[in-house]
Structures are given as structure tokens and as C-alpha cells.
Ligand binder design. Structure first.
Ligand SMILES: Nc1ncnc2c1ncn2[C@@H]1O[C@H](COP(=O)(O)OP(=O)(O)O)[C@@H](O)[C@H]1O
Ligand SMILES: O=C(O)C1=C[C@@H](OP(=O)(O)O)[C@@H](O)[C@H](O)C1
Ligand SMILES: [Mg+2]
Length: 170
């Protein structure tokens, strides 16, 4: 979800792994030569989603790469086949924390109309079933730095790679 820290924590995670890092929004900004807000304003959300899918389709093929996506990447069914090239981490943060973080932020076009808190709640409610399809859910609180969160993600990844029930019996 927007504001949970995908861009910030994803970068920290890549550093810890010795991986490269890309953010799909940053690539979209580079290829369109427009900010995300400008893409939404001039071309609309549907066009943005098409570009996002094209970018994801390219970057998902790389190994040793941590990818931060936009929070709406879960909305397009075909994106899931690309996401599943890797391990999908869901940063799950309460709307209260998100609204504190994003109250002075005007870079997320979907949050620029109406009351921020209720917008976040509405979008989160719609997307929760999609986010819950991720491989790993990490609950975000205000207490941990991006580096601490990245460390915790690294600690939790082995548990989803080696589900006891899927291991061969010895
Ligand atoms: N663990 C954290 N602790 C404090 N602030 C954070 C943390 N993670 C992200 N932030 C801040 O929250 C805001 C949103 O983070 P960002 O990485 O852009 O989220 P996303 O990419 O999920 O929308 C930024 O201002 C960022 O600096
Ligand atoms: O959730 C969304 O629909 C969006 C999230 C944004 O990225 P972040 O999740 O990094 O804020 C960005 O892709 C765009 O504003 C749409
Ligand atoms: Mg981001």
C-alpha cells in the first residue's frame, strides 16, 4: 500500500542482500519524462497501469534484484505472473501510520482528493484481499527504521521458502 515504505525499505533490503534495486515508479518517471502525478493527470490511471505492467514485465526477469512496485500493482491480474518470478513481500501498515506519513505528501495522485484517512481506508479495504496473496506479510509499525525492517524481512524469508509441510520427509 502507498506509504508503507516499499521504496525506502526495498532499497535497504537490496543493500543488505548485495542486490541491485529498482523502483517501478522511478522507471516510469524516467521513460515518460513525467512525474507520476503528471502521468495520471495527462494520460490517466489506465495508461499508467499499462506502463507499470510493461515495466514490471521487463524488470521481473532479472535475478539478484529487489523491486519496489507501486501499491496498485496488485490490481492487474497479469502482474501476478510477473510478481511470482520473485518472492513477494507485503508491507502491511495501519492507516493511521500511513496518514501520518503521507499528510504532507502531494506525490500520490490517488490520495489528493477528499479526506486522506478515509481515502486510505477505502483503498486498503479494496486491496486487502489482493495484498494478502503475497508470499510474506510483514507488519509495519512506527517503531522500526527501514534498515531494521529490512533485517526482519531477511530473517523471515527462510520461513516462507521452507514450509515444513512442503519439505520431503527425512
Ligand atoms: N520505517 C520507516 N520509518 C520511518 N519513515 C519511513 C519508514 N519507511 C518509510 N518511511 C517514510 O514514509 C514515506 C513513504 O515511504 P515510501 O518508501 O515512499 O513508501 P511507498 O514506496 O510504499 O509508498 C517516506 O517519507 C519515507 O521516508
Ligand atoms: O497504490 C497506487 O495505486 C499507487 C502507488 C504509488 O506508488 P507507492 O505505493 O510507492 O506510493 C504510485 O505507483 C501511484 O501513485 C499509484
Ligand atoms: Mg514507492
Amino acid at each position: 500500500m502507498m506509504g508503507t515504505g516499499k521504496t525506502t525499505v526495498g532499497r535497504a533490503l537490496a543493500t543488505k542482500l548485495g542486490y541491485r534495486f529498482v523502483d517501478t515508479d522511478e522507471i516510469i518517471t524516467q521513460v515518460t519524462q513525467q512525474s507520476i502525478s503528471e502521468v495520471f493527470a495527462t494520460s490517466g490511471e489506465a495508461a499508467f497501469r499499462q506502463i507499470e505492467t510493461q515495466v514490471l514485465a521487463k524488470v521481473c526477469a532479472y535475478t539478484h534484484l529487489a523491486i519496489a512496485t507501486g501499491g496498485g500493482v496488485v490490481l492487474q491480474r497479469e502482474n501476478w505472473s510477473y510478481l511470482h518470478h520473485g518472492l513477494i513481500v507485503w508491507l502491511d501498515a495501519p492507516t493511521e501510520l500511513l496518514s501520518t506519513r503521507l499528510s504532507a505528501d502531494d506525490t500520490r495522485p490517488l490520495l489528493q482528493t477528499g479526506d486522506l484517512r478515509s481515502q486510505l481506508e477505502t483503498i486498503l479495504q479494496q486491496r486487502q484481499p489482493l495484498y494478502s496473496q503475497a508470499d510474506l506479510r510483514v507488519v509495519v509499525t512506527s517503531e522500526e527504521t527501514p534498515e531494521q525492517l529490512a533485517t526482519r524481512i531477511l530473517q523471515e524469508i527462510p520461513q516462507v521458502l521452507k514450509q515444513p509441510s512442503t519439505l520431503p520427509q527425512s
